[in-house]
Ligand binder design. Structure first.
Ligand code: SF4
Length: 332
């Protein structure tokens, strides 16, 4: 347990956490709504510092990150906390529920990554920003050892702590839940403006990819899709955008995303963006919907083949498309 980095003391031993825009006021001896912090006698502590709820080697594609060392394996870990409360959370058992954790110090975690020949550490499955102190400490050590640091995040963090983290992170997949601010407030307990601001800031420093889980009737209207695509284009048409298929989970009973919706989203996005991917679909469905391979944005040559997590770099030589010679714009 460590003292939290961003908070202020209030009268009567209350505290205000200033890590994310919820800016929660936490009473003495109470735990925060994100479950990452506790007020003990007027001091705010990061109670889940180093407490890992999950640890596995994954392909980087699983994050999903398709433009960052395709096909490599990365040590993936999670805390047991989140500052969103998505009613359809695919990982609610660990993000919202009580799960067993194991303490792993930053030094130990880096040693595990090195031993596993991982390209780095992915802080994922739940919300890494609610693990802020541990994330910062570990990322610094990992970077010193030549490892990459990768986030899979909802983007919900205040600007000051985010800026402090910028030099230590290499890549991130940031989730845009919807372009509807009300969806953020009512369904996920988030703030759209903060998420978009995080994306705009980090795009200048990290390799950024974005994900949008399409939930029928909630965030899949052509108007919202167009708004999303326009935003992504505004930060760079080379920004990879992943549309992900939703399945009923946790408190949500809406049916799975129809394949037709995913196709439509792909069509709308490809009119403006260079790299659009469709994920969370079966092998059979992927034959009728082109969604996971990477093609040269100049000549259409197949650069990286992906069939589920079977990945092959097929059309790149010396960092150039081997058909037209265009320099590829991502790390391999
Ligand atoms: S990090 Fe947690 S405690 Fe801090 S403001 Fe956000 S939700 Fe509240």
């Amino acid at each position: 347990m460590q003292e939290a980095k961003y908070y202020e003391k209030l009268p009567d031993k209350n505290v205000r956490c200033k890590l994310c825009p919820h800016n929660c006021v936490i009473k003495p001896h109470k735990i925060s709504p994100c479950r990452a912090r506790k007020n003990i006698d007027g001091i705010l502590y990061a109670v889940n510092y180093g407490e890992c709820v999950s640890l596995a080697m994954d392909t980087i594609e699983k994050k999903p990150l398709y433009h960052f060392h395709p096909g490599s394996l990365i040590l993936s870990i999670a805390a047991n906390s989140c500052n969103f409360k998505c009613a359809y959370c695919q990982n609610h058992e660990i993000s919202q529920g009580k799960s067993l954790t194991k303490y792993i110090s930053p030094e130990e975690l880096v040693q595990i990554a090195l031993k596993e020949n991982s390209i780095g550490i992915a802080y994922t499955y739940t919300e890494p920003f609610t693990w802020y102190e541990y994330l910062l400490d570990t990322a610094k050590i990992a970077q010193d050892k030549g490892l990459k640091n990768v986030l899979v995040t909802n983007g919900m963090i205040n600007e000051e702590p985010l800026r402090k983290l910028l030099p230590y992170i290499d890549a991130a997949n940031i989730d845009i839940k919807s372009m509807d601010p009300e969806f953020h407030k009512k369904i996920v307990w988030g703030d759209l403006d903060t998420v978009l601001n995080t994306i705009k800031i980090t795009k200048k420093y990290w390799a950024i990819e974005l994900t949008n889980l399409l939930i029928p009737e909630y965030n899949d209207s052509p108007e919202l899709l167009q708004e999303l695509v326009d935003f992504v284009a505004s930060i760079g048409v080379d920004t990879p955008l992943h549309f992900s298929r939703y399945f009923p989970h946790y408190k949500f009973k809406a049916p799975p995303t129809p394949i037709e919706t995913l196709k439509l989203a792909g069509e709308i996005a490809r009119k403006k963006l260079k790299y659009v991917y469709i994920g969370n679909i079966s092998l059979e469905e992927s034959s009728e919907i082109e969604g996971s391979s990477t093609y040269c944005s100049e000549c259409g040559n197949l650069l990286v083949t992906r069939s589920y997590f079977d990945i092959g770099i097929t059309g790149i030589t010396d960092n150039r498309c081997d058909k037209c010679g265009r320099k590829i714009d991502f790390a391999i």
